[in-house]
Design a protein around this ligand. Structure first.
Ligand code: ZN
Length: 568
């Protein structure tokens, strides 16, 4: 659909009965197809219908999240919440017929075998028998969200929402940082029993679901649920080993530099969040100015990036500034019928605002470049490679940091790269902990905490709490990580993607144009192949193979050494 501005796009309440009928017609057309052309035509019609449903839903969800006071979209959004399970049921019925079609071979020739691999995987994760368990899993996730939605901590006699502590934790005054950390962790310590109980039940119900479906434990099922078709927990364990050997020492040297800069020889847990005594680099100028600077940057970076960034500006498919009624956070979503991406964010004046214009635009650009892939489920890869699109763009923007940070640009680049590196050991800790809990689903909360503390000592050896914080010393840190509760086994993806983005970054230092062309070619492949094959086709070294990380780290060290961070 052609559109001039996002506000022109109209949506109405879907007619569930009519949609149900449309699906029935498509199902019987596929089932009764007398030749491959008829079968393929039915499949193509289903793609178009599914794109149409998801486009309407995306538009409703965007408008509702921008203004939760708008009654019309509130009601429509509620309607979708209630009816999405039925819509996926229609699709599910179609997929059941599709995998059994007598023209399966011909359909696979047309659209690729991987489409079937994905359907087969998702069918393996479901059976009618587990419906009550899935409902229980959802209810427990809602219970977790409810506890966290009201999370408040005490700061110097004042009760504050937990989100307000982020800024206080980076205060220049050490005593403010100390009180902020104590207040923040005080919430988790006070709600420890409640949160531990929710997690315990989540682990049990996931284990039950896995066993009912015939798996040994939740791990193989969790991998299937995340669409991981060609790597296993064993590959990820080897990858964590490579991180331990090559990234952990580098991250530790970054913390030692931080100690020197802050002039705190023995950093405590409340010092880790502050990078510079002079404060973090902040972008300069209004949001409109930052968008203008981004547009200038993309114009110089590449014609294709420039074309789509300017398209997003002129078609108003970005809503960047925080306002009353808007939900917190940021995301990018793709609207198939519009062949356009949409960026949602809440600018807050921090360097994160620039990351939106690079990271989320990286996701958007991939959406545009894969728009012509006909199979909806193959337009983008799994999470571990999706984030390569976005994280790489953060690095491709390095030569233009002056546009946003002026004389603070070097400090921004230095901090950004340090954060990217030090995140990885934490990310793999979260993964190792989850592996542990699903292999031993009936361990107690105390045993889980002890396991976390051991994992932390291995990958994050600078962290020592002692008597400064007994809750953290006893292994409570994982309790703040949302993914552990509601997105099981999804976290390692960010670290794998980070390594992939490092590959593009280090190549760009050598030959920017070649690295960028390779990036565009990778974007265009979308998610048409499984993980390993997609990497091969895009000529990207697999981040999980043990030789990849050590081929990158020396270049990162050299780059970091080129800064004189004592001046920041
Ligand atoms: Zn992202």
């Amino acid at each position: 659909m052609d559109f001039k501005k996002f506000s022109d796009v109209k949506v109405t309440k879907p007619d569930m009965e009519a949609l149900g009928k449309e699906y029935k017609v498509l199902c019987s057309a596929l089932e009764n197809a007398s030749n491959k052309d008829e079968a393929i035509a039915a499949v193509e019609k289903e793609f178009a219908l599914s794109d149409h449903i998801s486009s309407d839903y995306q538009v409703v969800s965007i408008r509702h999240t921008i203004n939760t006071y708008d009654k019309f979209y509130e009601e429509l959004s509620g309607f979708y919440d209630e009816n999405l399970p039925y819509l996926s049921q229609f699709e599910d019925e179609f997929n059941h017929i599709l995998v059994k079609s007598k023209f399966r071979k011909e359909i696979a020739e047309k659209f690729g075998e991987y489409m079937f691999t994905k359907i087969d995987m998702s069918l393996k994760t479901f059976s009618k028998e587990i419906i009550p368990d899935l409902q229980k899993e959802n209810a427990l996730c809602s219970a977790y969200n409810k506890v966290m939605g009201n999370a408040k901590g005490m700061f110097r006699g004042q009760e504050l929402p937990i989100t307000k502590f982020t800024v206080l934790k980076t205060d220049k005054d050490r005593s403010v940082r100390k009180d902020a950390e104590e207040g923040f962790w005080g919430f988790y310590s006070a709600h420890e029993k409640e949160l531990a109980d929710i997690y315990d039940q989540l682990v049990h119900v996931r284990d039950t679901i896995a066993k009912k479906l015939g798996f040994e434990n939740y791990l193989p099922l969790g991998y299937l649920r995340l669409g991981r078709s060609d790597y296993t927990p064993k590959d990820v364990a080897e990858y964590r080993e490579a991180v331990l050997k090559n990234i952990v020492p580098l991250a530790q040297s970054i913390y030692r530099k931080q100690e020197k800069r802050l002039n705190i020889p023995d950093m405590k847990y409340y010092d880790y969040s502050i990078g510079f005594l002079s404060g973090n680099a902040k972008p300069i100028g209004t949001p409109e100015h930052l968008v203008e600077q981004a547009s200038k940057m993309y114009a110089e970076m590449s014609p294709i990036a420039s074309k789509y960034f300017d398209f997003m500006v002129s078609h108003e498919v970005m809503d960047l500034v925080a306002k009353d009624g808007k939900i917190p956070g940021g995301y990018m979503t793709y609207i198939p019928d519009l062949k356009s991406s949409y960026i949602f964010s809440n600018f807050d004046g921090s360097s994160g605002d620039v990351d939106v214009l690079t990271h989320e635009f990286g996701h958007s650009l991939q959406g545009f470049l894969s728009a012509d892939i006909q199979v909806p489920s193959l337009r983008s890869p799994g999470y571990e490679l999706c984030e390569v699109h976005s994280m790489s763009m953060e690095f491709f923007a390095y030569p233009w940091c002056k546009n946003f940070f002026e004389d603070q640009e070097a400090k921004y680049r230095f901090a950004h790269l340090c954060d990217a590196i030090t995140f990885i050991p934490y990310g793999v800790s979260v993964d190792e902990f989850q592996n542990f809990t699903y292999i031993h689903p009936y361990f107690t909360h105390e045993e889980r905490k002890a396991a976390w503390r051991e994992i932390e000592k291995k990958y994050l050896p600078h962290r020592h709490y002692g008597d400064d914080n007994r809750f953290l010393e006893s292994g409570g840190f994982w309790m703040k990580q949302l993914h552990i509760y509601v997105d099981p086994l999804y976290y390692i993806d960010y670290t794998i993607a980070q390594v992939g983005a490092f590959e593009f970054f280090t190549e760009s230092l050598n030959d920017y144009k070649a690295a960028f062309d390779k990036y565009i070619a990778f974007d265009k492949l979308g998610g048409q192949y499984p993980y390993k094959e997609l990497l091969r086709k895009a000529h990207i070294a697999d981040p999980m193979v043990p030789s990849t990380i050590p081929s990158i780290t020396p270049i990162l060290v050299k780059y970091l050494d080129s800064f004189d961070d004592s001046k920041f």
